[in-house]
Design a binder for this molecule. Structure first.
Ligand code: NAD
Length: 257
């Protein structure tokens, strides 16, 4: 077991990448604090993890609120005694997000509040806990759109993921000597609810796939495997990276048929 004795807090655990990661990390021995704003679906994740033999608590929190993030970290330490792995994964891609002209301020502010401030709050309260544990691993979910322009406009989302990436680099540098590693996971386009809701026509989906050399969307469990690597000591000399798991998208200019 690659995470025996470790405690991992996962935000966005009710769905997609977060749910698959909760299942995988638990199967590798980690005790999990699964956090989500949606408590019903989050309880479902907890049930799935327990049925597979894992140890998990489900916590309700809105990561855009400082008090909620402080409480989620405190509850994790209280229940499991420490925090070793922090997966700042929850995020939104709002359907009204578009180009500079069409995106209104409310969409911009909400995207930034969850995708950027949520990661900041996770670190603000998670880092002291991790320091108390003698170190740990933080993984922040960014996106391939932090590195290349998206084919379908989603300006607020793209900007938010750029911020996650640059925050990750600085955090990695600042906390390296405290035995706290910080990496960004950069998923390519995935077949999860978040993206399929946004790419809601065959035409939009095909337009996105043109840019993926593998010619398919990624799966949430393929992201979970990358998180397992970044969370475990297998990646002990890895910090500050933008870890691409994108079917080759960012390596491509044009894609052969
Ligand atoms: P998802 O929609 O399946 O899951 C996201 C989860 O975050 C949901 O359970 C949702 O309830 C939760 N959440 C949303 N707002 C929250 C808040 N304020 N507080 C707490 N929880 C909140 O999406 P996913 O595809 O699993 O996405 C996970 C992460 O991966 C996101 O950061 C997303 O931006 C990123 N990502 C996704 C893709 C993709 O193609 N799906 C690509 C690149 C990056």
């Amino acid at each position: 077991m690659r995470l025996e004795g470790k405690v991992a807090l996962i935000t966005g655990a009710a769905s997609g990448i977060g749910r698959q990661t909760a299942l995988l990390l638990a199967s590798e021995g980690a005790r999990i604090a699964g956090v989500d704003v949606s408590s019903e679906a989050n309880e479902e994740t907890a049930t799935m993890v327990r049925e597979a033999g894992g140890d998990i608590i489900a916590l309700q929190a809105d990561i855009s609120k400082a008090g909620d993030c402080e409480r989620m970290v405190a509850a994790t330490e209280e229940h499991f005694g420490k925090l070793d792995v922090l997966f700042n994964n929850a995020g939104v891609m709002l359907s009204e997000d578009g180009d500079a002209e069409s995106t209104d301020e409310r969409v911009w502010d909400l995207t930034m509040a969850i995708n950027v401030k949520g990661v900041f709050f996770g670190c603000k309260y998670g880092i002291p806990a991790m320091r108390r544990a003698g170190g740990g691993s933080i993984i922040n979910t960014a996106s391939f759109v932090a590195l290349v322009g998206a084919a379908t406009p989603q300006l607020a989302y793209t900007a938010s993921k750029g911020a996650v990436l640059s925050m990750t680099r600085e955090l990695a540098v600042i906390h390296a000597r405290e035995n706290i590693r910080v990496n960004a996971l950069c998923p390519g386009p995935l077949r999860t609810e978040l993206l399929m809701k946004f790419l809601d026509t065959e035409e939009k989906r095909n337009r996105r796939l043109v840019h993926v050399p593998m010619g398919r969307f990624g799966e949430a469990d393929e992201m979970a495997k990358a998180v397992l690597y970044l969370a475990s000591d297998d990646s002990s000399y890895v910090t500050g990276t933008e870890f691409m798991v994108d079917g080759g998208l960012t390596a491509a200019y044009v894609t052969p048929e």
